[in-house]
Design a binder for this molecule. Structure first.
Ligand SMILES: NC(=O)C1=CN([C@@H]2O[C@H](COP(=O)(O)OP(=O)(O)OC[C@H]3O[C@@H](n4cnc5c(N)ncnc54)[C@H](OP(=O)(O)O)[C@@H]3O)[C@@H](O)[C@H]2O)C=CC1
Ligand SMILES: O=C(O)C1=N[C@H](C(=O)O)C[C@H](O)C1
Length: 257
């Protein structure tokens, strides 16, 4: 009996959380703590030092911090041979290339970076990519709480890139827009030719609409996260998967399939 208990303790995934006192980090700590197959071994926040995670024997580190520190964290994890699950935003194609370069020198390490861990949000992005080729017009409106540091959101940026790629593949030209006289910002940010509008208001958590238009009809695909617990099933899925996925995985799509 004692042997069995010790063996199952050995099998728990040892997880460290960076940004552990943040809005999402708190939920990650709760979710990991409640998961029967995981052990929360380190809660690291501003000023604590990353070695708290390696000293505690973390096999997977989850990062929900800020875009200005996340690259240093990832580099450190990869150098330490610790797998990483990253929700922090700010990942341009250049940043992803740098991560691939670091991972090339550590072929056993896995990193999952997802712009959104909400299962509904992942489906919203997939549905938008699928719809894109059928509509000449598309715009994205994302809505978030006012303490968010970045705009537009990582989810909206990723959606715009997916939609733009699908349009290009289908041979669609630029989105029609006759605007000649514009107050700066009125038409939103241009991400690969797709206009993205960012709303910030108290009471919101994380919401997005993708509006498609063609002659005589529109299609609106909307997703709402009303609570940060919505991200936890995706985070736990990535923690479970990352140790057996060496290299870089971007987005949850491959894990859901
Ligand atoms: N992919 C997804 O599904 C989701 C992604 N996000 C993204 O996750 C990130 C965090 O969001 P959120 O939790 O709302 O933000 P918060 O500001 O609430 O949390 C970030 C936390 O990280 C801490 N932190 C800052 N620097 C460091 C450091 N060097 N080491 C350890 N901890 C540090 C902050 O401390 P302090 O406040 O003292 O600076 C804070 O506690 C954002 O980029 C957000 O866009 C959010 C929701 C879902
Ligand atoms: O900061 C947030 O809150 C969120 N950030 C991510 C993003 O920028 O897309 C994911 C979700 O929208 C919540």
């Amino acid at each position: 009996m004692i042997d069995e208990q010790e063996k199952s303790a050995d099998e728990l995934v040892r997880v460290g959380v960076l940004g552990a006192r943040g809005r999402v980090g708190i939920e990650v700590c709760r979710a990991v703590d409640a998961a029967a197959d995981m052990e929360l071994v380190a809660m690291v926040d501003q000023g604590d030092g990353l070695f708290a995670a390696s000293d505690a024997g973390a096999e997977v580190v989850v990062d929900f911090t800020t875009p200005d520190v996340v690259m240093d964290h990832l580099h450190w994890c990869i150098e330490q041979g610790i797998n990483a699950v990253v929700g922090t935003t700010g990942f341009t194609e250049q940043r992803l290339e740098r991560v691939r370069g670091w991972l090339a020198r550590k072929p056993d390490v896995g990193v999952v970076i997802a712009p959104n861990f909400g299962i509904g949000a992942v489906l919203m992005m997939q549905f938008a990519a699928r719809a894109a080729r059928h509509f000449e017009s598309v715009e994205i409106i994302e809505q978030h709480h006012p303490r968010k540091l970045d705009a537009p959101s990582g989810t909206a940026t990723h959606t715009a890139r997916l939609v733009a790629a699908a349009r290009a593949e289908a041979g669609l030209g630029p989105v029609p827009d006759a605007t000649k006289d514009e107050v700066a910002g009125a038409r939103g940010a241009d991400i690969d030719g797709v206009r993205v509008h960012a709303v910030r208001a108290t009471g919101l958590v994380a919401h997005q609409e993708v509006i498609f238009g063609t002659v005589g009809e529109t299609l609106t695909i909307r997703h709402d996260s009303y609570d940060r617990v919505s991200f936890m099933p995706g985070v736990l899925l990535a923690i479970r998967a990352v140790r057996s996925r060496p290299g870089l995985t971007v987005g949850l799509d491959a894990l859901l399939d």
